[in-house]
Design a protein around this ligand. Structure first.
Ligand code: DCS
Length: 481
């Protein structure tokens, strides 16, 4: 019998090649242990509501009314819902033809695309055209759609930071393109060095690749760094000189935990640079309702904005989007609500401001507790989480631990993370899932566990780590930068 079409040997090789560690071996083992009754702290995914973050009241009120429009006809609706939520719900319903149960245009609801463009304009001080904004099912789908448009085959290279969020490596593998890595510098707070970019692009071109795009993740995942204006200018200049489209992943733009480098968008920096760059460099920027203080990961809402992309290409992307008919309609409304929030004087303003500020301030404190906790551990060094939702400590493993891991048939960081999981229930992602320099080991945790649980979690990590190091450290020196 020949193999059947969906037997493993017959399926698309690219599917097998794509790796996604955030839900990989560690996650699977954690789910098994949970089934056996062990308490697991899932810090492997940036999924705030799963770790207890409460939804913001106002957006949920508006979407609840949109989902159940008959409530709007109830004479008591004003007792349960504030007038501004009722007005917004009616407005969103008027944007749709058939409410939330109807497909929207494949690019998203025009009224929401307009809200997105207005937000970008307010944020950056430059015009944004809703015709170049598409709404998507989360930023993941947006990134996939754009990479799909760029990649023609394995000759096309996409520059990706290492360490990186594996959406990029996995999608490039799925689409049969080639990942061109550029390394972030851990000893410079995960900074981005243009010499490294030039080295990376010339090596790739030497191998015959057609390097077409460069990805930046700002603030960084898993690395947490925030790019300075100067750094962004260098990146855009580099893209101009090397004829690359810049893919600016800015999903963490409101997750900022320091004041020295506030978030600044790639679009603003590009426009500030003026012509010829502002008219020529192609840029696609991504955002999401999953992060920030909304943290509405389950709703699956995202957008991308295209700058300097020819209308004919936009039409092609529209055509491809229309194969999926419509992005999630409720998620589009969350996007509208995230970017067009209650204003001072609105009935819901105070509560909205209190709730959102509370979440961000707590995240800022948690970023500090976590970094300090890691840095108090033996053979662990960790850069401060300047932004995003993750901590990415380097674990300096003694040679004996490397030998034991090898005997167990595991990568050393995977071995360490598995032991950590078994001992403490803390479910992390090994650094190898994001890429790291040869011989250097990391893990990634989110900074999302509840603030009151954080000290106990860090104590239990420290106890595990220091015991582990005590067991294997024989003072022969250990893996390090
Ligand atoms: N881009 C980056 C840099 C991300 O970290 C994520 C999600 C996404 C895009 C996709 O987000 P949505 O599709 O939900 O809009 N981050 C994952 C992570 O590392 N942990 O949790 C999710």
């Amino acid at each position: 019998m020949p193999p059947k079409p969906l037997d493993l040997v017959s399926i698309n090789e690219n599917v097998k090649k794509a790796q996604y560690a955030v839900r990989g071996e560690l996650y699977l083992r954690a789910t098994e242990l949970q089934k056996e009754g062990k308490k697991i702290i899932f810090t492997n995914v940036g999924n705030p509501h799963a770790l207890g973050q409460k939804p913001l009241t106002f957006p949920r009120q508006v979407v609840a009314l949109c989902q159940a429009p008959f409530l709007l006809d109830d004479p008591n609706v004003g007792l349960l819902f504030p007038a501004d939520a009722i007005a917004r719900a009616k407005q969103y319903l008027s944007f749709t033809s058939g409410g939330l149960g109807a497909y929207s245009d494949s690019r998203g609801i025009p009224g929401v695309r307009k809200e997105v463009a207005e937000f970008i304009q307010r944020r950056d001080g430059y015009p944004s055209d809703p015709e170049f904004v598409f709404l998507t099912d989360g930023a993941s789908k947006a990134v996939m759609q754009i990479l799909n448009t760029i990649i023609r085959g394995e000759g096309d290279g996409i520059m990706v930071p290492v360490p990186q969020y594996p959406l990029y490596s996995a999608t490039i593998a799925l689409l049969g393109g080639t990942l061109v890595p550029y390394y972030l510098e851990e000893t410079a707070n995960w900074g981005l060095d243009t010499n490294e970019l030039r080295k990376s692009v010339s090596e790739a071109r030497y191998k015959g690749l057609n390097v077409k795009a460069m990805v930046i993740i700002n603030p960084g995942n898993p690395t947490g760094q925030c790019l300075s204006q100067e750094n962004l200018r260098e990146v855009l200049q580099f893209c101009y000189e090397e004829n690359l489209v810049l893919l600016g992943d800015e999903v963490y733009q409101t997750n900022i935990y320091q004041d020295e480098r506030p978030f600044i968008s790639s679009k603003k920096v590009l426009m500030d640079m003026g012509p010829p760059l502002s008219k020529e460099v192609q840029l696609v920027s991504f955002h999401s309702v999953s992060k920030g203080y909304f943290g509405e990961c389950g709703q699956r809402g995202g957008y991308f904005e295209m700058t300097n992309i020819p209308p004919e290409t936009v039409d092609e992307i529209y055509k491809v989007a229309s194969i999926s008919l419509s992005p999630n309609v409720p998620a589009q409304i969350f996007m509208g609500l995230m970017l067009n929030q209650p204003k001072p004087g609105d009935i819901s303003y105070d509560q909205f401001a209190r709730e959102s500020k509370g979440i961000l301030e707590s995240l800022r404190r948690r970023a500090r507790i976590m970094t300090d906790g890691f840095n108090s551990c033996r053979n662990v060094v960790c850069n401060f989480t300047e932004g995003a939702m993750y901590s990415f400590p380097q674990i300096r493993l003694p040679p004996k631990a490397l030998e034991i891991a090898q005997q167990a048939g595991k990568a050393a960081d995977v071995y360490y993370c598995l032991k950590l999981l078994e001992a403490t229930g803390i479910s992390t992602v090994p650094g190898s899932g994001f890429g790291q320099k040869e011989g250097v080991f990391h893990l990634r945790t989110t900074i999302l566990p509840a603030e009151e649980e954080m000290p106990a979690i860090m104590d239990s990590f420290k106890k595990f780590n220091d015991d582990f190091m005590e067991q294997y450290d024989d003072h022969r020196g250990y893996s390090r930068l």
